[in-house]
Ligand binder design. Structure first.
Ligand code: PXG
Ligand code: PLP
Length: 440
């Protein structure tokens, strides 16, 4: 028999995307959270500069969400997801499609961004097939794209360490180039001026493979995970136009950009470009209960609704698709967003946020600062031969000074809860200024 597990044994949990050995020598533990702050195990308050992992958009410990989960657990804990339903999933779906762009009026539920991505890719392939166009089997992603960690997602994704260990991945995948161009666009705010021609890369790929073999293009409207890479002016419009010309579905991965992060409910509201499929997660339930949602255009949904009515139309779904706890959390999250005006609050704060962040220009190692909505990135010159070391040190120093940031490569990424106040923006910038001045 196993001996009782000591509560301080950190060995068993193999942590995700973490330097496990470094962490376990000097653990950083959160034991509580309220609104903009975490409480650490050593009793300190840490300002949340990242909304957890880009997900706690309404801030922590919001009473409506807490109550909804507690009530739901006692009322209906679980209901089978296949061939059975429960009211809250339908209510949540109906509320959500009122928020999404017109025409994206159907939604499939998942449990994460990664599952949402797989769902979107499979839907795109199956859609062409039910329409009798099964030769469209290729999926096109983008360099430096992040679409979660499952096989479809890493195949269309463009992050080398996330791909290289895992064999041949999905076949029939290609990538367009990314849009990051510091030389021309350094220190710009919101949408950068230069680089619409990066969209021409899709034409090259279409010419290479022939449009008749391509099912879908998946991109993040703003790439988050690889360091906040912004779409140049006119770029998304051009991608949309090429997809339309060639009968290719356009998938927006809005796992980060969805639910107010850009100062609008979703990216189409910011950029004026509407995809055929929209992938979401994170802010959907304020990060409190894992859940994802994939919105599809009506004509995609309708194409499946044929054949005998007793037949399953789409052979896909999860044990926990639309589960009661997540649906209850999601409904309460939407109410909280609405009450606090959070889906557009980022737009009100964006210029203050941008001004504050760009004050860091000129500090040691800073080679670019960019911002959009309530997202910010500070790109640092890497230490020669030691990529990521400098930014990781900044992360550790900021944490010691009471601020949680995210780093990816040598880029500091910021995405505070959308309830942030101006004084807290000032604290983020002052703390980072201190950190950067003392960074080797
Ligand atoms: N697509 C996008 C665009 C994402 O940003 C996923 C899919 C996958 O979601 P799940 O729920 O399976 O993790 C993501 C997730 C970071 C960071 O700090 C970003 C993500 C997750 C964790 C950390 O950059 N993005
Ligand atoms: N593996 C096994 C053996 C299963 O039975 C199931 C679901 O029934 C799964 C994986 C998939 O799990 P989920 O529906 O939670 O994604």
């Amino acid at each position: 028999m196993n001996a009782p597990v000591p509560t301080n044994n950190l060995d068993a949990f193999w942590m995700p995307f973490t330097s496990n050995r470094q962490f376990k020598k000097n653990p950083r533990m959160f034991v509580g959270a309220d609104r903009m702050h975490y409480t650490t195990s050593d009793g300190r308050q840490v300002l949340d500069g990242t909304a957890g992992l880009w997900c706690v958009n309404a801030g922590h410990n919001r009473p409506k969400i807490v109550e909804a989960i507690q009530k739901q657990a006692a009322e209906l804990d679980y209901a089978p997801a296949f061939q059975m339903g429960h009211p809250k999933a339908f209510e949540f779906a109906s509320r959500l499609v009122q928020l999404t762009p017109t025409g994206l009026d159907h939604v499939m539920f998942t449990n994460s961004g990664s599952e949402s991505v797989e769902t979107a890719l499979k839907t795109a392939l199956a859609y062409h097939r039910v329409k009798g166009d099964g030769s469209r089997f290729r999926l096109i992603g983008r360099e430096r794209g992040y679409h979660g960690v499952n096989f479809g997602g890493i195949s269309v994704g463009g992050i080398v360490p996330n791909r290289k260990m895992f064999g041949t991945l999905l076949t029939g995948v290609d990538h367009i180039r990314h849009t990051h161009d510091i030389e021309r666009n350094a220190f710009t705010r919101e949408v950068p001026e230069h680089g619409i021609e990066f969209a021409d890369d899709l034409e090259r790929i279409i010419a290479l493979h022939d449009a008749s073999t391509i099912a879908a293009v998946i991109i993040e409207p703003v790439a988050g995970s690889t360091g906040v890479l912004l779409p140049p002016k006119g770029y998304l419009q051009k991608i949309r136009k090429l997809c339309d010309q060639h009968g290719i579905l356009l998938i927006f991965d809005e796992v980060i950009t969805g639910f107010g992060r850009l100062g609008t409910p979703f990216a189409p509201d910011y950029f004026g470009v509407v995809p055929d499929i929209m992938v979401t997660a994170k802010g959907l339930t304020n990060g409190v209960i894992p859940m994802g949602a994939v919105f599809v255009k009506n004509e995609i949904h309708d194409a499946f609704m044929t054949g005998p009515e007793h037949m399953i139309e789409f052979f896909h779904g999860y044990t926990y698709s639309g589960n009661p706890m997540a649906s209850a959390a999601g409904l309460a999250t939407l109410e909280t967003y609405q009450e606090d005006g959070l889906l557009t609050r980022g737009a009100e704060l964006a210029s203050y946020w941008g001004d504050a962040l760009h004050l860091l220009k000129g500090l040691p190692h800073v080679i670019d600062i960019r911002n959009i909505g309530l997202i910010g990135a500070i790109e640092l010159e890497p230490i020669a031969g030691e990529p990521t070391r400098r930014a990781f040190q900044a992360f550790l120093d900021a944490y010691d000074k009471g601020l949680l940031i995210r780093t990816t490569g040598d880029i500091i990424a910021l995405s505070p809860p959308l309830i942030i106040e101006k004084e807290q923006i000032d604290i983020i910038v002052d703390t980072l200024s201190d950190v950067l001045k003392n960074l080797s």
